[in-house]
Structures are given as structure tokens and as C-alpha cells.
Design a protein around this ligand. Structure first.
Ligand SMILES: Nc1ncnc2c1ncn2[C@@H]1O[C@H](COP(=O)(O)OP(=O)(O)OP(=O)(O)O)[C@@H](O)[C@H]1O
Ligand SMILES: [Mn+2]
Length: 271
């Protein structure tokens, strides 16, 4: 009689690599002697892995998390097109090492641009992460309980300013406020009631609120059903080297655009 171990073993047959998502030291040690390449994907390299991919956001969606890891591994030459890798991830609960094993074939179609979004943008990865967190937080709580929308244009701020105009006085004109500062969440929530976009510099300085973006939308192809905020957000990322993070007032989703393309969609309620 076949044991479950025999029957499920083919999940790890002939894999070229093992990707451990956020392993504890003890879990990582278990694999010290295995004959495949180990890659650790986590917010920090606490286990001292040789092959490490920094995960900037705690992607709740396991597909996104794995895509990020696979792209990161490809980018760092830890994996290549045609490889098959096994990924261990924790889907339920933060205090466990892994409850799932996912077998993935590495190929170009896995490249969703999520890794690029963080690591290959003008803005610093930490700045992008902080803006995501503000948007997700805003999406969860809304403004006094009501759903609120917001548009953040991050990086390449000089060019973004040139392709936009003020809708109102800029409350950040003379301030030196950075995303990630404790007061920022409060301020951004307050100002997100009003129209227009926030412009954030590469290093995270909030350059302006209330900007009306005027990019050329020619050739920008965003999903049907998304309106002017998303169109403007998407288009500005084709016209400049900024990325856009958009919280939709109507469906509550946080979306990220780069190079005119929709790269990532996150449901704040799941975070
Ligand atoms: N070009 C633009 N630049 C900056 N902000 C814009 C621009 N166009 C629209 N907005 C902002 O987006 C808000 C919502 O517009 P609209 O409903 O058309 O967008 P949407 O993509 O459907 O977003 P939502 O899903 O939040 O409704 C506007 O009130 C305005 O504040
Ligand atoms: Mn709308």
C-alpha cells in the first residue's frame, strides 16, 4: 500500500530549487543537506541564507507572494527559465513555517512585474512599501468609515510635477514630511478626502497633494471599468518613470501601475 508520502512525493521530484518563504532558523536548518539550491524569500535574511530575496510586502495572496519570489530569484540568477522549483509557504497563520508546498515551473510568463515594481523603480523599495501600507490602511478604514479613494504617484517627482497642475494650495509646500513618518498616515487620510493625486519623491518626501495629472493617455490600456483616477495613474507611469498606487473608492482595491501597465492588485480587506 502506498503511503501518502509516496503518493505526494512527486511534488518535489526532480526540482531544481527549493524556495523557503519566511522560514524560521530551525526550519531552514532542516534543509542544510538537501541536494537542491535553497532560496530564502523573506522580509529579512534572519537565517543567513546565501541565496536571499527580500520580500518588501507581506503578500497575503500566495500567488502574488510566489510570483514575487520567482521573479526575484530569476533576477538574482538563483533560478532560470525552465527550472522547476518547490515553494514552502504559510497560508494560514504567521507563527508557522509552512503549511503548503507549491510546485512551480519557472518561465517568463511567471514574470508579472511585481518584483520589478519594488526593486527596479526610481523610488526606493522602502518608500514604495510605505506607500502601499498607507493605501492599504486607508482602504481598510476609509475616511470616518466611508470608502475613500486615493492616488499616489511615487518617484520621478520633478517630471510628474511638470505633467500636472495644482487643484488647490499644496499643504506640503514647505514641509519636510516623508511617507513612513508617524504623522503621515493621519495627514494623508485627512487630505485624501479631496481631489487629485499625491506626488512622492524617490526618497519618500511628500512633494504635493491635490495634483491634477495631465499625462498623455494615448496607447494606455487599463482594464475596462476603471475610471479617470486609474487612467491618470496608469498613464503618468508611461509618461514618466514614476509608479502609481491607486486606492479605488468604488471597489476598495489597491492597484499598482508601472510603465502604463497594471502590475498588482491587492484587496486591503485581506491584509
Ligand atoms: N487626471 C487626474 N489627476 C488626478 N486625480 C484625478 C484625475 N482624474 C480623476 N482624479 C481623481 O479621481 C477621482 C475619482 O474619479 P473617477 O471616479 O473617474 O475615477 P475612478 O478611476 O473610477 O476611481 P474610483 O474607483 O475611486 O471611483 C476624482 O474625484 C479625482 O479626485
Ligand atoms: Mn469612479
Amino acid at each position: 500500500m502506498a503511503t501518502l508520502r509516496d503518493s505526494l512525493g512527486d511534488l518535489v521530484d526532480d526540482v531544481d530549487g527549493l524556495f523557503l518563504f519566511a522560514p524560521s532558523a530551525a526550519f531552514y536548518e532542516r534543509f542544510a543537506d538537501v541536494d537542491v539550491d535553497l532560496v530564502v524569500i523573506a522580509d529579512e535574511n534572519g537565517v543567513g541564507a546565501d541565496a536571499f530575496v527580500e520580500l518588501p510586502l507581506d503578500f497575503d495572496n500566495v500567488r502574488d507572494r510566489i510570483k514575487f519570489g520567482v521573479e526575484g530569484a530569476m533576477e538574482n540568477d538563483f533560478a532560470a527559465e525552465g527550472d522547476t522549483v518547490a515553494c514552502t509557504v504559510a497560508m494560514f497563520g504567521d507563527d508557522i513555517d509552512a503549511d503548503s508546498l507549491v510546485r512551480v515551473r519557472v518561465d517568463e510568463s511567471m514574470r508579472s512585474g511585481i518584483y520589478d515594481l519594488f526593486t527596479d523603480s526610481r523610488a526606493e523599495p522602502g518608500v514604495i512599501r510605505d506607500v502601499f501600507e498607507v493605501a492599504i490602511d486607508l482602504g481598510k478604514k476609509g475616511q470616518k468609515g466611508k470608502p475613500v479613494g486615493a492616488l499616489f504617484v511615487v518617484g520621478d517627482a520633478g517630471k510628474v510635477m511638470n505633467k500636472s497642475r495644482p487643484l488647490s494650495y499644496n499643504p506640503f509646500e514647505k514641509s519636510h514630511v516623508h511617507v513612513g513618518d508617524p504623522i503621515v498616515n493621519v495627514m494623508l487620510k485627512e487630505f485624501s478626502r479631496l481631489d487629485g493625486a499625491f506626488v512622492v519623491s524617490d526618497s519618500g518626501k511628500i512633494v504635493s497633494a491635490y495634483r491634477y495629472l495631465e499625462p498623455s493617455a494615448e496607447g494606455v490600456d487599463i482594464p475596462k471599468g476603471l475610471g479617470a483616477r486609474h487612467m491618470a495613474g496608469g498613464a503618468i507611469t508611461r509618461d514618466t518613470n514614476a509608479i502609481a498606487i491607486v486606492l479605488s473608492e468604488s471597489d476598495g482595491m489597491v492597484r499598482a501601475f508601472k510603465g502604463g501597465d497594471l502590475i498588482l492588485e491587492i484587496d486591503p480587506e485581506e491584509y
